[in-house]
Design a protein around this ligand. Sequence first.
Ligand SMILES: [Zn+2]
Length: 532
Amino acid sequence: MTAAREERGGSPMVEAMSDRVMIFDTTLRDGEQAPGFSMNVVEKLEMARQLARLNVDVIEAGFPISSDEDFQAVREVAKTVGQLEHPPGICGLSRVALGDIDRCWEAVKYAKRPRIHTFVATSDIHLKYKLRKSRAEVLKAAVEAVRHARGYCDDVEFSPEDASRSDFDYMCEVLEAAIDAGARTINIPDTVGYAMPQEWGERIARIRERVRNSHKAIVSVHCHNDLGQAVANSLVAIQNGARQVECTINGIGERAGNASLEEIVMALQTRKDVFGVVTGVRSEEIYRTSKLLSHITGVHVQPNKAIVGENAFAHEAGIHQDGVLKEKLTYEIMRPQDIGRSSNKLVLGKHSGRHAFKIRLKDLGFELDGPELDKAFKRFKDLADKKKEVYDEDLLAIVKDEMTQVPETWVLDYLHFVSGTGLIPSATVRLRREDQPFQDSGTGDGPVEAVYSAIDAIAGIKGRLLDYNLRAVTQGRDAMGEVSVKVDFDGTVVVGKGSSTDVIEASARAYVNAINRLVRPAPAPQVKEIGP
Ligand SMILES: [Zn+2]
């Protein structure tokens, strides 16, 4: 156990004044709630494993009361990642309703380091329109919730939602009462991304002064990026005594997103002279974590995204390139390897065996066994036959396809299409369902449409394509194509993903994936609450 890990278990009073900043990752809760970023239980587990490798302090794995699927996801993360040798804390979000807290505990209790994070809004606008409660009622509910949670575990976090628009004196009163009731962490969220750095920093300093018992808790911040200040606000909060920041990989989250983990961590590391604090994050896992999230969600970061964007370390301008060639430090403030970024490394070839393949996948964050490994290995061999060089990115694309994202009701078995100038594109497709083959054909304005018509005919549905995205996974003419589609099936919108060196096959796989998601959809959320 490292010193930093031990420190966490120590007295919160010591922790509050230490130079160690806790990284609380909410990719799987706040991030996952955002439209287009939803993840199923298996995907959340894969992501949680990688977050543990990244060595974040706490993983907020979900909001257990919100749906059965979210409950299951938090419980599975607690049972697996929460049981590692040096596990991160596994946290569930909960409203102050006592039943919500019971449900949250049921999910996180399997972890070695369980945490319950309870929240209630303290701004007048939320009190009046959302909660329809008086200030006194909300204060009482907060105290009862924290006490109830402490009955289950020591590690309880409390957030006054919409803190940046709350009456300052009243919010401090609630925080003080929450700490007296046993909250170990008080988290100050800028729920609507309204704060500006200078005032936010002053506010954090004033909270620490004003809340009589603030030294007994870790002060945390949770900043949204509506005005592009989430990372700046998180950093200025640290300068004013916050010792936990809540953030997400790639900055995903509600609306414009949350503070991005990689930007905070690398700012603290690169400008240690300014901040004088450390985190426990293994920065060399950052790039891999960012890529994994993109693969799982099908949403890629913009090329100029700080730290993890495609161009973040590319020095294209002639004068820069000259400088970098002579001495890297002329323009590079960070090294690509600091975040674990190696340029398209050749990892495996045609003759690589199953064992090497499995080990490489493990390095990339995937632990496959049994039939899943067999299927992925077969696709790797097929790919290695078609493509001379197989990169990490190719492997990620294969594995993402093979992971049991949804039960595979329909499986693509055979695909043939004809297209060209002066021809009507046509396609023949065979799908299997419970080992029964079904075959049909279709025509269209292009080969993709022809393939989709054939699939529609087999599955007996009609999908309307809302969005179609094709990107090359790696460089080169023989690169794999990754297709993501958004399809409207009679009012239900589903996202599907697929990859192949043949872009028509990738298109077919993506469409079949969407149909499988439609046939076995995730249960609808029971609670439509957003949270801090
Ligand atoms: Zn949030």
